[in-house]
Design a binder for this molecule. Structure first.
Ligand SMILES: *Cc1c(COP(=O)(O)O)cnc(C)c1O
Length: 366
């Protein structure tokens, strides 16, 4: 069995399931059914075509997607989608696209959209330090926006929407990079969903894009081939050399979700248990550990908190690292502590963190 010295609480690239890592280890040497290393198998082979087919089917199964959706595996990360979406669906449009600015990542999407056409920021959490998300009453969304764009889980701040936003008239577009496949998500209410793999569903290098076919009716067609969703659809995500390794690992993760976990409802139950344990620890610490965001909007994936002083936070991180708890340092833009509890991070790992936190607080009192 694999042994490792540290548990991985990193915000991304995130932890992957042990059983997947064991299969990857084997596949680096030899994919059993092929007799070659996964790093050296042609993307034009029948084997790879079958991998893409199975992965697409698994995604459709997990998310309950109908035939009116395309499932793509693209390159360029979520960042590429920040541009590709407005280039395709906003460029030349007179109706604005509506964007929510709820944190670091939605803020990164904004200027890329503004380059392409009119953008209306319908809500910003900047003045509240991105410590909460809007309530429905605070959102005045138009029915004929080019589209609505938001981020379902703000990875840096630890904010997560626990509902689907907006009306059903304007196309709903969502960056789900850090919570896709962590729970059921009513995928068919979205016109386009994108998520890179490296937070919750695989290694870096591949980005999942799910598009409703009808959205493409308004798509601009004069884009470079590579940046045209139609090209990628027609080529079955195999237009140029795709990241074969990353796609293979994501397939293994979806098999794990389906066969070992038992689907997204089960995954959600587990993820809730994990987050509840950690938030309960914060809430019972009498202010020693301060949750960064309002209870209603807490993320199940990224638990962000502060300690009484930056110096104590540094001691905490050093102690955690020494105790085999890795990746707890908050994002460089805001500091503090962030514990990421992605799918593959186990309940036992959360218990080890909670035990460490309890001890650390006791020791700090002395
Ligand atoms: C990490 C992250 C990104 C950036 O993704 P890249 O693949 O590095 O471009 C975008 N959106 C969200 C929500 C993220 O968590």
């Amino acid at each position: 069995m694999l042994s490792r010295n540290s548990l991985n609480f990193s915000g991304g690239p995130g932890a992957l399931p042990e059983t997947v890592l064991a299969q990857v280890q084997q596949a680096i040497i030899e994919v059993p059914e092929v007799g070659l290393s996964v790093l050296g198998i042609s993307h034009r082979s029948d084997w790879f075509a079958s991998i893409v087919r199975e992965l697409e089917n698994n995604i459709r199964l997990l998310l309950n997607l109908g035939e009116n959706y395309h499932v793509l595996f693209l390159q360029g990360g979520a960042t590429q989608q920040f541009s590709m979406i407005p280039m395709t669906f906003l460029h030349g449009n007179t109706r604005p696209a509506e964007y929510l600015q709820t944190g670091y990542w939605s803020g990164k999407a904004l200027p890329q959209a503004q380059r392409e056409g009119p953008v209306k920021v319908v809500w910003s959490g900047e003045s509240s330090g991105f410590s909460r998300l809007p309530r429905n009453e605070e959102l005045n969304l138009s029915e004929d926006a080019a589209y609505l764009h938001y981020v379902s889980n703000e990875t840096v701040e630890g904010l997560q929407f626990h509902r689907v936003l907006g009306n059903d008239s304007a196309p709903r577009i969502c960056d789900m990079s850090s919570d896709l496949l962590s729970k059921p998500c009513e995928a068919e209410r979205f016109a386009l969903i994108y998520a890179h793999a490296q937070k919750n569903i695989g290694p870096a290098g591949v980005t999942l894009v799910i598009i409703r076919d009808s959205l493409l009716a308004n798509a601009r067609s004069d884009l470079p081939e590579f940046l045209n969703y139609r090209t990628q659809i027609n080529a079955h995500s195999n237009y140029n050399t795709p990241p074969v390794f990353a796609i293979y690992v994501v397939l293994l993760v979806t098999r794990w979700l389906i066969n070992d976990i038992g689907g997204l409802e089960q995954m959600d139950l587990l993820n809730r248990q994990k987050a509840e344990r950690l938030y309960a620890m914060l809430d019972s610490s009498q202010g020693f550990y301060q949750a960064r965001v309002e209870p209603h909007d807490r993320s199940l994936m990224n638990v962000c908190f502060n300690l009484p002083t930056p110096a104590i936070e540094r001691q905490f991180l050093e102690g955690a690292e020494a105790a085999g708890l890795s990746g707890l340092k908050g994002h460089r833009s805001i500091g503090g502590i962030r514990a990421s509890l992605y799918n593959a991070l186990t309940l036992e790992a959360v218990d080890r963190l909670v035990d460490f936190m309890f001890d650390f607080q006791q020791r700090s009192k002395q």
